[in-house]
Design a protein around this ligand. Sequence first.
Ligand code: HEM
Length: 137
Amino acid sequence: MIDVVKPGQVYKLNQYEKLGGEAGVRQLTQYFYQAMNSIADVKTIRDMHAPNLNEAEEKLFMFLSGWLGGPSLYIEKFGHPRLRARHLPFSVGTKERDQWLHCMDVALSKMEIEKPMHDELMQAFFNTADFMRNQDK
Ligand code: HEM
């Protein structure tokens, strides 16, 4: 359970196993980028990404593995995520944040998880995505 999640706080979730471990987190990441690739309303963030999403998908999978409480694959390979700094080259305002969250909402909806877990994860994703915002709009 997440009791208090402060914006930008680095914390460990314990949802990795509940999502189905490695295969589940891979599936979630795949659904996420499928959503980004196919929903017209998220064109702004799709256009920020390279035409081929394979690398982004692999990196998000590795990051989420650790973030969700599983193996810290991203940190082992790339070191500290410095996620906010890594997103600074991109203009991230509320529109971009909400498009990202929409893709994650769609992806989570395809996973076989209960609503409380869906909502809890969306809250945690909201906090992380909002922390990534670098534009006051
Ligand atoms: C708030 C809206 C967000 C936008 C617009 C955004 C956009 C992007 C873009 C354009 C990239 C570069 C992809 C590429 O190399 O082609 C990226 C990388 C990445 N994003 Fe986001 N992102 C957002 C939120 C998040 C969140 C909430 C997370 C984690 C929960 C996240 C995790 C990552 C990771 C792990 C990478 C790879 C970093 C690396 O290059 O090592 N992003 N993001």
